[in-house]
Design a protein around this ligand. Sequence first.
Ligand code: NAG
Ligand code: NAG
Ligand code: NAG
Ligand code: NAG
Ligand code: NAG
Length: 592
Amino acid sequence: MKKGGEKLLESLFLFILATSVDGVQRFAELPTYTEVNPGEDALLKCRISDKKGVCSWQKDNKPVGIYRGKYEWANENSPSDCSLWVRGATLQLDDGQWQCQLTASNYDVQDALSSPPAALAVRVPPQAPRILFNGSHIMPGQNITVPAGSRATVVCEARYGNPPAYIEWYLEKERLSAWSQTNASEVERPRVWAARSVLELAASRSARGRQLACRAHHPSYPQPYYKDAFTMLDVTFVPVVSIQGADASTLANLEEGSSALTLECKAEGNPSPYVWWTKDGQVLATNGPMLILAPVARNHSGNYRCQARNSLGTSDAARIDIDVKYSPRVTWVGPDTVVEANLFSKVTLECRAEGNPPPEYQWFHNPSPTSHTRGIPEGEYPVSSSAHLELHNVTYNQHGRYYCVAVNQIGLEDRSHQSEAITLNVLGPPVGADAGAAHAWSGNEARVTATVCADPPPRRAAWLWGSLRLDVPSQIGRYRAIDPSGVDGCYRYSLLVSSAAVSDARVYVLHVENERGFSSHAVTLTVHETEHLAPLIASALVIAALLVVITCLVIRCCKRRRVKKPSSQRTRSTLTGKHHDPRPRPCRPTPE
Ligand SMILES: *[C@@H]1O[C@H](CO)[C@@H](O)[C@H](O)[C@H]1NC(C)=O
Ligand SMILES: *[C@@H]1O[C@H](CO)[C@@H](O)[C@H](O)[C@H]1NC(C)=O
Ligand SMILES: *[C@@H]1O[C@H](CO)[C@@H](O)[C@H](O)[C@H]1NC(C)=O
Ligand SMILES: *[C@@H]1O[C@H](CO)[C@@H](O)[C@H](O)[C@H]1NC(C)=O
Ligand SMILES: *[C@@H]1O[C@H](CO)[C@@H](O)[C@H](O)[C@H]1NC(C)=O
């Protein structure tokens, strides 16, 4: 401002001079701002055109005399030059505002001249710049500690310089613009200046550890004519945490016993934070930020969080859910290893298994022994796919061994575990076929048969016809009641009649009894006479042909069944469900 003003004034002066062409004295050159090093000479320029008056100089509004060796006319002989040499300039004597003056050309002409003041500055190098923060000087190597997000006011001063130093700020290489620079004359040494620059610095986390420099420029400094002051920004901030080492696929396939997991809670914070882990809200005794689960166990499953804390505060929590998978294991099957149930009653078998993911259940009935050593029996169909097996109306063919298999999937693999067997015994009175039929040729042996199922086994059985009763086993005359052949809890009773006669054709009743009750089964015997052989043979041939076809079908079906259920196992599946079928059963071995 000051210099600009001076310039304006000066050009105004010269303009006035140039326009007066009537021989009035005027300035041809005005003194300007001049700097000089201590002890050196300074030339203050002042030239007049049409000079008629007498030159003189003022410094700080006081007249200056001409003294040889100190203040000398620069060009004594020139009629127009008032320039002045200041020899061996010193701060105390010569620094100040100088004016070139000229007396009027005559006492009645008002053309005396006085130049605007021009400063002569005798240079004094300022002290090295220093940084101030929060009212105290920052020593070299010392930090400025600022919380992130706040604004810090940093001051740099370069004192006792003339002219005042020019101050710049740098953050690393980046030039920052200062709020303001003020130049104030030093109280105890009025000729020199304290230059102060104030910087408003917005502290961000990224500025942490960066160097802040204040640079004071002054021509009296040695080359490169500036000096720096440094400090480092120590930006403090509340910690931030993140969990490392937990990629999605690792987490999805954690299996008990075989996987290991190492997690790191990475915490950034200044001052350096204290880090801790919690599991389901309970603080874990980890040694610092590492959480090592090797190998992982099912009780490692849970919600983990890590947090960090420093003097500024506590971080948000970083979370991670750990779900450790493990194969199923049947822990209980019941109600007991042997279950006794009444015929037609309701039976519920229950299976409990642990496993993660929670297992699914399958029940198998009498699987073949080769397939059920472990896992899901191959080629068998489950009788139920829930943890509870409910048999609402239990029949003899449902007796036998039941296995529960618990299955889950880990990764892409099925894992399973099979329970111990539960043996189901169905207890009840004998149950058998409805009235059957038997055929014989007269003169041949007739065989009257009936099959019943019972558990416990029949205690007593007898054949009844007319007024006769024949206990099993016993014989009266031509009639012989033989011991039953037992298969799978079912019993085939036979009454043999030797040399059957037409009079033997009648209804025979089998009476069977066990601890639970009794039942009666009527079988009608038909005796065919040989005279009517011709039509009979014809029909017998047709029947035989049919029988062959049926037998073949039955054999095929039985073979299939036998592949699944070898005879070593007890099976009643053919009984209660199929006893209406009066056909012979070629697939059942008859031990007689
Ligand atoms: C400034 O200094 C005072 C005392 O030296 C201290 O209590 C205060 O926390 C400091 N303020 C900042 C922003 O550093
Ligand atoms: C202070 O001094 C410097 C250097 O001489 C100058 O650039 C600046 O304009 C001055 N500031 C004020 C407010 O006078
Ligand atoms: C200065 O701050 C930096 C960055 O925060 C830090 O590494 C260094 O230890 C601090 N130095 C002092 C002396 O405090
Ligand atoms: C997890 O179970 C193992 C034994 O299976 C035990 O030694 C350990 O202390 C348990 N850990 C936790 C956190 O319960
Ligand atoms: C159970 O089954 C038997 C034979 O299939 C049948 O006679 C009986 O009515 C059934 N009982 C119930 C309660 O369903």
